[in-house]
Ligand binder design. Structure first.
Ligand SMILES: Cc1ncc(COP(=O)(O)O)c(C=O)c1O
Length: 446
């Protein structure tokens, strides 16, 4: 069987997608002529590295829709847009304030761009609902030159952007919002978006919450950022052959969202109440932070681990969720979903056999250093060692549960017993860890 057959076989088992990409495989009519649009820089097609023609016009149209100073097309996901964003906001040797729930792309950016990291701790809810950034934790972090905030988080928790941006701007610190998970927000709740709160740069994964092709992204500029440096950053981190199909898909997805999707999201949110109530009566919780994106359902079923919920929904009902952790499973809804999807998920959850509730596993990430002086890891000699024997040594790579892609060990960070215990806990919960090989060995610095 070739790769495509195997891929189709895997996808055929799925009846309804509750994961990315946001188009959920339902938007084929947006692109009947797939190969016809796949072109390169030629007569009349412009050049992403030096946009002067139709790409420039498309970006100007996007800036109008989003109300930004400038919006840039990205074809390497938020990962590359974040690299370009940090490239334009920093200078070598500066320090970025990075919350502990940041995606590994931001830690990678720090290493690539020779930036230090001031780690911002998270607040933990007493009820074990999760952890999130707050102004209090930002104030406690060691000094930084640029503040980075992930909002919404993978789990849909919205950061208090207004407070954070005001605090940073009063100190003349620029703010970059990693809004990979919030590309839908500017269309129905702009105040929850970096765009609504005047962040200097806001980055969107168009493929996550809008119907863009996978790897599509946008980088929006509002603050006093040097646009030449942004363009330089985009050029630096983008292939010299950007996909026109993907770039066309960004503008198609945004237009669709502006004209149709906006209303569909509002309808979807309005339709949720009776489903919430049915789940609530059955003791099934949809967990929320202080503020929550309604399109992310973080589900906890009494007596079931996150993995059991995830696997049962897929095997028995063909409902494919995005991820699970020790306690919870995450369902992603998108603007292309409606009542049918809400009903299928709710009915499946209600039909789970009842179990005695079990205590929630604590989800607080283990204690870490609060400052990382990042050096290029190629300077170090590495060796592989069983992670359980690595306490007291310095990590040579990230160790990251994926998803959500939030690293627990950082290159050059000293490894402690709490971290090792937490990783052990994740492995026992069936969570895959990037950075460990099949023998559970990791790279440490010699
Ligand atoms: C919070 C966050 N930021 C950035 C990214 C990177 O996004 P992309 O996959 O579009 O490169 C992810 C990916 O899951 C993420 O969860």
């Amino acid at each position: 069987m070739n790769f495509e057959d195997k891929l189709r076989e895997a996808l055929d088992k799925e009846k309804i997608s509750f994961h990315f990409p946001g188009h959920k495989g339902k938007c084929g009519d947006l692109y009947p002529d797939l190969y016809g649009l796949d072109t390169t820089e030629t007569f009349g097609t412009d050049n992403l590295a030096k946009p002067e023609g139709i790409l420039k016009e498309s970006m100007e149209d996007l800036a109008k829709i989003y109300g930004t100073r400038a919006s840039y097309l990205g074809v390497g996901g938020s990962t590359m847009a974040l690299y370009a964003g940090l490239y334009s906001l920093t200078r070598e040797g500066q320090t970025i304030g990075l919350p502990r729930n940041s995606h590994r792309s931001l830690f990678q950016a720090a290493e690539l761009l020779h930036l230090n990291i001031s780690l911002i701790d998270l607040e933990e809810s007493q009820e074990g609902l999760g952890t999130w950034i707050s102004l209090k934790t930002v104030k406690k972090a060691p000094n930084f030159d640029v503040l980075v905030v992930a909002s919404p988080s993978y789990y849909g928790h919205l950061a208090p952007l207004k407070d954070l941006v005001t605090y940073a701007h009063e100190r003349k610190i620029p703010v970059l919002v990693d809004e990979a998970h919030g590309s839908h927000l500017p269309f129905f709740s702009r105040e929850d978006s970096g765009l609504g709160q005047g962040a200097d740069i806001t980055v969107h994964s168009v493929h996550k919450m809008l119907p863009g092709l996978t790897s599509t992204a946008l980088l929006h500029v509002q603050g006093e950022v040097d646009l030449d440096r942004v363009q330089q950053g985009i050029k630096f981190f983008t292939t010299t052959s950007p996909s026109y199909l993907m770039m066309a898909s960004i503008s198609r997805a945004v237009d669709w969202m502006d004209q149709v999707g906006r209303g569909k999201v509002l309808d979807l949110i309005q339709a949720m109440d009776p489903f919430y109530q049915d789940l609530d009566q059955a003791g099934i919780e949809l967990l929320r932070g202080p503020r929550q994106d309604p399109l992310k359902w973080l589900i906890q079923v009494p007596g079931y681990t996150g993995r059991e919920v995830y696997e049962r929904l897929f095997k028995d009902y063909g409902l494919a969720l995005e991820m699970y952790d020790q306690n919870r499973a995450l369902a992603v809804l998108s603007p292309v979903d409606g009542k049918k999807e809400l009903a299928a998920l709710t009915e499946a959850l209600l039909s789970f056999p009842k179990r005695e509730p079990r205590p929630r596993k604590p989800l607080k990430m283990p204690e870490l250093v609060d400052f990382l002086e990042t050096k290029d890891r190629r300077n170090f000699k590495m060796k592989k060692i069983d992670f359980r024997k690595a306490v007291g040594l310095y990590a040579g790579d990230f160790v990251t549960p994926y998803p959500p892609g939030i690293p627990l060990l950082y290159p050059q960070g000293k490894i402690n017993q709490d971290q090792v215990d937490y990783l052990q806990d994740l492995l026992e919960a069936g969570i895959s860890l990037e950075g460990l090989d099949e023998k559970l060995r990791m790279n440490v610095i010699q």
